[in-house]
Design a protein around this ligand. Structure first.
Ligand SMILES: [Zn+2]
Length: 213
């Protein structure tokens, strides 16, 4: 119950701090998942995983602040950069603002210890999934080696985050897809190489979502 009071305070604080963004259609409190939520979420928001919110500085290359008006799917990615941490990948996206000419980002990055960093509010698009940037949320996952297989901790956080997003935004599990399903790119590699593991992942998401209902 105490958590609920704290969470309400945080949401109000966000609204007060960012009046400009609210006016522009951004900063809707549910798009920025700040708060001191634990792994079990709250009564109002069951199952919400712990999120480390480190929003990118608005910029044309990684956070263009284009409104994400509809969420029709969730796209899973792997970093393709073995051994790098969630923080390093988030900081890479942040560094793109200085104009290398590369356009890239992700709403969420999951690290090898299962930590989750949110980089972009769910009310804005990310540059991750090509033709589906305009109607999906993106999740990048770190991995220890070239196989692209996730650690157990990463996998568990990916299941929990995906299930919660499906539940929160009414996205059917069938609309959880791989980057591969958009462009044919080998991403996330392990789930492209192992179709059975991908199918199991979707089953695990469905089972987790059922627990949240
Ligand atoms: Zn990808």
């Amino acid at each position: 119950m105490g958590l609920g009071v704290i969470a309400a305070g945080v949401i109000i604080a966000v609204a007060v701090i960012n009046p400009g963004r609210l006016a522009g259609g951004y900063g809707e409190s549910e798009g920025i998942f700040t708060g001191t939520f634990g792994g079990d979420g709250t009564a109002e928001d069951p199952g919400r995983p712990e999120l480390d919110v480190q929003l990118l500085t608005p910029n044309e290359f990684s956070r263009p602040q284009i409104a994400l008006e509809q969420i029709n799917g969730i796209v899973v990615h792997y970093t393709g950069n073995p051994g790098t941490t969630a923080q390093e990948n988030r900081d890479y996206f942040e560094g793109l603002k200085d104009g290398s000419g590369t356009y890239a980002s992700s709403h969420f990055v999951i690290g090898m210890d299962g930590e989750i960093i949110q980089c972009i509010p769910s009310t804005e698009i990310s540059y991750a999934s090509n033709d589906r940037n305009s109607d999906t949320l993106s999740i990048e996952c770190c991995h220890p080696d070239e196989s692209g297989q996730f650690t157990e901790a990463t996998y568990q956080s990916l299941v929990n985050l995906t299930a919660w997003l499906c539940s929160h935004f009414d996205v059917p599990v069938d609309s959880v897809i791989r980057h591969y399903d958009v462009t044919g790119k080998e991403c996330p590699k392990y789930f492209v190489d192992h179709e059975d593991a991908w199918e199991q992942f979707r089953k695990d998401v469905a089972a987790r979502e059922a627990e949240l209902a």
